[in-house]
Design a protein around this ligand. Structure first.
Ligand SMILES: Nc1ncnc2c1ncn2[C@@H]1O[C@H](COP(=O)(O)OP(=O)(O)OP(=O)(O)O)[C@@H](O)[C@H]1O
Ligand SMILES: CC(=O)C(=O)O
Length: 585
C-alpha cells in the first residue's frame, strides 16, 4: 500500500474521512484529512434525501423465471434516483453480493427470439447485450428489434445493443433455401460469380466478382473452415471447376477460403474493411443510438481509428467500436488493433477458417490477456453451445468450452445460432449463466485471480495513478474480504481499470452518463448504475449508500470499498482520488 501514499504525496491526492451514518473502518495510508469540504450534517442529509431522493419500489425479480415484471420502474425524474437494472437487483436480493454474475452474456437476435416477449425472457435470463448481425434480415426488422429493446430498457432492464457489420468476405450466395447441400467425394462442382436466380445443381455461386483471381490449378477450396474441401481442377475464365476431395455440407452463406501447400492464399483483390453496405448500416446504428458497433474482418488499427473519428463527428453519444478478431492479419496486428478499439470479439467461427483449429484455444487465451492488460472487454464468440440449436441439453465438451472462456477471464461469452435460430435459445442462455457462475465461484475458492499478471504501467502519469489506485483497491478488497466495491465514474475508465484486476467483490459503477453505463454492460464484474453525480464525493457516497439501503440491498455491517475518478467541474476545486473502506452503519 506504500504506493498509494507515494502517489498521494506526488499529486496532492489524499484519503478522505468518512461521513455521518457511515463509519470509517480503515484508511490506506497517510493522515486522514478532516472533511471540511463536506457540507452535510446528519440532519441535513436526511432532509436532503427527503427533498431530492425518490425511489420507486420495484417488485422483486426471480432471475431465471419466465414471468414478466410487474414493477416496471418510472425512469423519469432521474435526479436523486438510482437506476439499477431489474435483473442485477433480483440477483442481488436472491444471492447477495458474491452471487452477482461477473461474466457478461451476449445473445445474437434472430427469428427465434425477436418478439417483445422472447426478448424480455432473454433479458430476464441475463442477456447484457443484444447482437444484431447486419448480414441477415432487413433494415425494418433490425429497427423493430432495436425499438423493442429500448422499450425493455424503459421498463428497467439494462440491455445494450450491438450491431455487427457484414464486412467484405467471399461466401456462397444465400438463395434463401433453408437447408444445406451435400457435396459428395469425387463430385465435380462449378464455382462462379455469375449472377442467377435460384440454385443450379452442382454449382456454387460466389458472392464476389474476381473471387478466383490468383487461384491456380491444384489449390484447395475450403468451405467454412473444413466443412467440405475441393481441389481446383480447371480454370474457365473467372470460373473454377473443382473436385470434392472431402465430402461435407454447403450451408447458406458458407465461407470460401483458398489454400496452397498448407497456406492461406489471398486474392489480388483489395476488400475494404467497411463496404458501402457496412457504412449504411453504421449510419442506421448511429441514428438509432446503438451502444456497440462490431467491425468484421479488421486487418489493422487504421480502419478502427477511421470509424471512431467518423463517429465523433456524428453524434454526442459515441457508440463503442469493437474489433472482430477473425483473420490472420488481425492476429498479426493484435496489440495495435486492441489499443485503437473499445473492445474485441474473438470471432472463432471465421478465425477457424483462417488458422488451424487446434490453435484457437491458445489464441483465445492470448487475446483475452492482451485485452485485460489494455482494459478492453473481450467477447468469446461462436459455437459455445452449438448443439443446443437442435437439442435441449449441451454436450459436456461445450460446457467445458464455456467454463474455459470463464476461467480465462473473458469479459463476455456469446450465443450465435443458439439464440438466433435455435429451438432452445433461452435454455442455452441459462446454461451460459449457470456455467459462468459456477466457474466464477470456483475461481474465487481457488484464488485464481492471484495468478493474474498485474496490468502493465501506462505512459501518462494520471493513467498510472488511476491504475495503481485500482490495483491497490482490488487487492485490498480481496484481502479484507469486503462485500462490494463502489466506484464513481464519469466515463467508466476507473471501473474498467478495476475490472481488469478481476477482484472477488462485485464492482458497482455509479455514473451519470447513460452511454458509459451501457458500455460497462460488457465489462467483467461491473454492475453499472445510473445516478446524478455531484462534484462532492462524500455527498455521492452518502446518497448512493442511502439509496441502496432504502432498497434493502445493503445492510448494517456490510463493508464497501469506495473509489472515484470524478473530476470536479469547477477548476478551483481539488481533485481527490481516494480509497475508502466504509462499514455501513
Ligand atoms: N437477423 C437474423 N435473421 C435471420 N437469421 C439470422 C439472423 N441473425 C442470425 N441468423 C441466423 O443465425 C445463424 C448464426 O448467426 P451468426 O450471425 O452468429 O452467424 P454468421 O452469420 O455465421 O456470423 P458472421 O457472418 O458474423 O460470421 C446464421 O447462420 C443465421 O442463419
Ligand atoms: C461471430 C463471428 O463473426 C464469427 O465467429 O465468425
Amino acid at each position: 500500500m506504500a504506493l498509494a501514499g507515494e502517489y498521494a504525496a506526488m499529486c496532492n491526492q489524499t484519503l478522505i474521512m468518512t461521513k455521518p451514518g457511515v463509519t470509517l473502518k480503515k484508511t490506506v495510508s497517510g493522515a486522514p484529512v478532516p472533511s471540511k469540504r463536506v457540507c452535510f450534517s446528519a440532519l441535513k442529509l436526511k432532509n436532503y434525501h427527503k427533498a431530492r431522493l425518490g425511489v420507486k419500489a420495484v417488485t422483486q425479480i426471480e432471475v431465471g423465471s419466465t414471468t414478466t415484471t410487474e414493477g416496471s420502474r418510472d425512469l423519469k425524474g432521474l435526479e436523486g434516483t438510482l437506476e439499477l437494472d431489474l435483473v442485477s437487483e433480483g440477483e442481488l436480493r436472491k444471492k447477495g453480493f458474491m452471487g452477482l454474475r461477473k461474466t457478461k452474456l451476449v445473445c445474437t437476435i434472430g427469428p427465434a427470439c425477436c418478439s417483445l416477449e422472447e426478448l424480455e425472457r432473454l433479458a430476464l435470463e441475463g442477456m447484457n447485450v443484444a447482437r444484431l448481425n447486419m448480414c441477415h434480415n432487413t433494415r425494418e426488422w433490425h429497427l423493430d428489434v432495436v425499438r423493442k429493446i429500448k422499450k425493455l430498457n424503459d421498463k428497467g432492464y439494462c440491455v445494450a445493443v450491438m450491431i455487427d457489420t457484414e464486412g467484405s468476405q467471399i461466401n456462397v450466395v444465400d438463395h434463401g433455401a433453408p437447408s444445406s447441400v451435400k457435396a459428395e467425394d469425387g463430385s465435380i462442382w462449378h464455382f462462379t460469380a455469375e449472377k442467377f436466380d435460384g440454385s443450379r445443381p452442382l454449382t456454387v455461386q460466389a458472392s464476389r466478382e474476381g473471387f478466383s483471381e490468383g487461384i491456380e490449378i491444384g489449390d484447395e477450396v475450403v468451405i467454412d473452415g473444413g466443412m467440405a474441401t475441393f481441389e481446383v481442377v480447371e480454370k474457365i475464365g473467372n470460373d473454377l471447376r473443382c473436385k470434392c476431395t472431402d465430402s461435407g455440407l454447403l450451408l447458406p452463406r458458407a465461407k470460401l477460403s483458398f489454400w496452397r501447400a498448407g497456406k492461406l492464399v489471398r486474392g489480388n483483390y483489395e476488400l475494404p474493411t467497411l463496404s458501402a453496405k457496412d457504412w449504411s448500416d453504421i449510419e442506421f446504428g448511429v441514428s438509432e443510438g446503438v451502444d456497440f458497433i462490431a467491425v468484421s474482418f479488421v486487418k489493422d488499427a487504421e480502419a478502427i481509428r477511421h470509424l471512431k473519428s467518423h463517429l465523433s463527428t456524428k453524434s454526442a453519444k459515441l457508440a463503442k467500436v469493437l474489433a472482430k478478431i477473425e483473420c490472420v492479419e488481425s492476429l498479426q496486428k493484435l496489440q495495435e488493433i486492441v489499443e485503437a478499439s473499445d473492445g474485441v470479439m474473438i470471432a472463432r467461427g471465421d478465425l477457424g477458417v483462417e488458422i488451424p483449429l487446434e490453435q484457437i484455444p491458445s489464441m483465445q487465451e492470448k487475446i483475452i490477456e492482451v485485452c485485460r492488460h489494455l482494459n478492453k472487454p473481450a467477447i468469446v464468440a461462436s459455437q459455445l453451445l452449438e448443439s443446443m440449436i437442435q437439442y435441449p441439453t449441451p454436450t459436456r465438451a461445450e460446457v467445458a468450452d464455456v467454463s474455459e472462456a470463464v476461467r480465462q477471464y473473458a469479459d463476455a461469452v456469446m450465443l450465435s445460432g443458439e439464440s438466433a435460430v435455435g429451438s432452445y435459445g433461452q435454455k442455452a442462455l441459462s446454461v451460459l449463466r449457470t456455467t459462468s457462475s459456477r466457474m466464477e465461484s470456483w475461481g474465487r475458492e481457488e484464488s485464481m485471480q492471484a495468478h493474474l499478471n498485474q496490468s502493465k504501467l501506462r505512459l501518462s502519469l494520471s493513467d498510472r495513478i488511476a491504475e495503481q489506485i485500482c490495483n491497490c483497491a482490488a487487492e485490498m478488497a480481496n484481502n479484507l474480504g469486503l462485500d462490494a466495491i463502489f466506484v464513481y465514474t464519469r466515463h467508466g475508465e476507473m471501473a474498467s481499470l478495476l475490472s481488469g484486476n478481476r477482484p472477488n467483490p462485485p464492482i458497482f459503477a455509479f455514473t451519470s452518463d447513460r452511454g458509459a453505463r451501457m458500455a460497462l454492460s460488457l465489462q467483467w464484474g461491473v454492475t453499472p448504475l445510473l445516478i446524478d453525480l455531484s462534484d462532492d464525493m462524500e455527498a455521492n457516497t452518502e446518497k448512493t449508500i442511502s439509496l441502496i439501503k432504502t432498497k434493502g440491498l445493503i445492510k448494517e455491517g456490510d463493508t464497501v470499498l469506495v473509489i472515484s475518478d470524478i473530476i470536479p467541474s469547477c477548476a478551483t476545486q481539488t481533485l481527490f482520488q481516494s480509497i475508502q473502506v466504509k462499514t455501513v452503519a
